[in-house]
Design a protein around this ligand. Structure first.
Ligand code: NAP
Length: 546
């Protein structure tokens, strides 16, 4: 597979090139692209030089199956079963991980509980020191971990490296923020409440919750794992990670960096297996004291099943981009490209519907189309802008949304093209509310445009969604922007920029089906602690300087 510009006449890469390929692993045909396309991928080409599984990572694999991590050791599951991780580009098995059993999960949680008691007694500065060490080791090994991301989730090579580096920075920030906010408590006196004298002094501090279960999604497996691990550990909790199947191997490499940093035995564990098989057992486990989950609707199901434990849920989004008549259309077009198409639209905060005033819609669509034509489409190894989506079922789902829009009369600004899991970027104009794409999250490189006749219409569409993650508004009138931001029922509104989760210390939260609670380093540390009060009762009232 070679990169090719989206608008290039020879962009049917499989039909026109690569005739020298020897091994055919998969053949896929479909007709919706107006041409029948055959996909031939040679796995060996893509397996080339591997940095993963070697050096300090040698001990995390045996044979061709990666081990799981518990009690400070890498272990094989007694299940004798493994879960295959399919490379989205080659659509062949890239890696295998252990399918852990319920018995193993029980043991992991038991060890985690024991380790947490000791960790809670470890001075805060020491916890911070270990986290800084893990961050440095992670960044040192960015290349092999990024390589896993390229192969497991087809993330463009440069973005994969960025994810690992950003994750190291996030861990260090947690350590720094933790020593500040956990080093402070409150002091309250009783006489501020009617009827009381100053006979009671209340001292509050933040105490850990116990065992935190972290479940990240496939799209940022390392970053969204450490955004849970860092806050949990600095706050004195232990951590059990259940990585996404696609992205599990990058997570196992990341866990090895924590192992190398020298965290106490049992404090961090990583159990692998399909979420559909071990997920319920984990989330309903009585030994779990907190669940931090990022993903799709699975989170809604978990929140109904989990016990009485604090939940942090960061779920899906249908981020609206409202464009007013006075907007800088070049800026909007650049942000629709960045916000809608980076990592092939597989981002929770991707621009998922553009709501543009009719009077500027033609001009905006033209500008976006010109930029879509320049996007590089192809394999992640070549740092293409548009790479294969994570799975065949995901590609089928995206195709279903496109087909539905086609049937109902949407304008296809580009020809629909798909080869295997690779879907060419597509802007759909004249989308109407009766089309699925107006409401559903494609998680792919397809951006719908709805033309509106008033700002109220745009706000109404945004607020009629089940989701409420982020949104954005483009206008030069800051007063209007504030009014629109206040009216939009989303956790965050970006003014004159595409929605985004970072920087990682900003509060990040979704309303409605987009989540429970708020992330961001400070908020996550607070969420993973509980307030403990000690009240000193005096025999007589005591007033300072009395
Ligand atoms: P997903 O299918 O919901 O999976 C998320 C995680 O849940 C994976 O680790 C998955 O493991 C696990 N899982 C599956 N079934 C489970 C169960 N019954 N119990 C416990 N865990 C279970 O989501 P995804 O496809 O990985 O990610 C895409 C979705 O995440 C999109 O909707 C996107 O908007 C959302 N997302 C939200 C944010 C945010 O911060 N708001 C950020 C990124 C992504 P397996 O992989 O083994 O199935």
């Amino acid at each position: 597979m070679h990169a090719i510009k989206c608008g290039s006449p020879s962009s049917n890469i499989y039909s026109h090139t690569n005739t020298s390929r020897k091994t055919i692993q998969h053949t896929h045909t479909h007709t919706f692209s107006h041409t029948v396309v055959e996909i031939r991928v040679e796995r060996e080409n893509l397996k080339s030089v591997s940095m993963a599984e070697t050096g300090v990572f040698e001990e995390i694999i045996e044979g061709d199956v990666f081990k799981y991590y518990t009690d400070g050791e890498w272990k094989k599951s007694t299940s004798g079963k493994s879960v295959a991780i399919i490379n989205p580009t080659t659509r062949t098995t890239q890696y295998k991980v252990q399918a852990c059993t319920q018995e193993e999960v029980n043991k992991v949680i038991e060890s985690s509980k024991i380790a947490q008691r000791q960790w809670a007694k470890t001075p805060l500065w020491k916890r911070a020191e270990l986290l800084h060490k893990a961050a440095a080791i992670l960044k040192e090994h960015k290349a092999p971990i990024a390589e896993c991301l390229v192969k497991e989730i087809a993330k463009p090579a440069k973005d994969s490296v960025t994810e690992v580096v950003r994750s190291g920075d996030l861990i260090s920030y947690c350590a720094e923020e933790g020593v500040r906010i956990l080093g402070e408590g409150k002091f309250l006196v009783s006489d501020s409440f009617p009827g009381n004298e100053r006979t009671k002094y209340c001292l509050t501090s933040k105490i850990p919750l116990g065992v935190v279960l972290a479940i990240p999604p496939f799209n940022y497996p390392v970053n969204l794992a450490v955004s849970k691990i860092g806050p949990a550990l600095i706050a004195g909790n232990s951590l059990v990670l259940k990585p996404p199947t696609q992205g599990a191997v990058a997570c196992l490499h990341m866990v090895q960096c924590f192992h190398l940093a020298g965290f106490p035995t049992g404090l961090i564990s990583c159990v692998t297996g399909k979420g559909s098989e071990i997920g319920d057992f984990l989330t309903m486990h009585p030994g779990v004291n907190c669940i931090s989950f990022t993903g799709g609707d699975t989170g809604i199901a978990i929140s109904k099943k989990a016990g009485m434990v604090p939940l942090q849920m960061e779920l899906g989004g249908k981020d609206a981009c409202i464009v007013l008549e006075d907007a800088d259309l070049d800026l909007v077009a650049a942000n629709i490209i960045k916000g809608g198409f980076s990592y092939s639209g597989q981002r929770c905060t991707a621009v998922k519907v553009v709501l543009v005033m009719e009077s500027v819609a033609d001009a905006l669509v033209e500008k976006v189309n010109a930029k879509v034509a320049k996007l590089k489409v192809g394999p992640p190894e070549e740092d293409c802008d548009i790479t294969p989506v994570v799975s065949e079922s995901s590609a089928n789902f995206i195709e279903g949304l496109a087909k539905d829009a086609k049937t109902k009369g949407a304008t296809f600004c580009q020809e629909y093209r798909r080869e295997g899991n690779l879907i060419w970027p597509l802007l759909l104009d004249n989308v109407r509310p009766d089309m699925r794409i107006a409401w559903e999250e494609p998680f792919g490189p397809i951006v719908p445009v709805i033309r509106i006749n008033s700002v109220e219409e745009g706000i109404h569409h945004c607020n009629a969604s089940n989701f409420g993650l982020q949104g954005c508004v483009f206008t030069k009138d800051i007063n209007k922007a504030i009014l629109i931001s206040d009216a939009m029922e989303t956790g965050t509104v970006q003014i004159n920029s595409a929605p985004a989760r970072g920087p990682d210390h900003f509060p990040f939260q979704g309303l409605k089906d987009s989540g429970i609670g708020s992330q961001g380093i400070t908020n996550s540390i607070n969420m993973m602690t509980k307030i403990k009060s000690t009240v000193i009762n005096l025999p007589t009232p005591s007033y300072t300087m009395g």
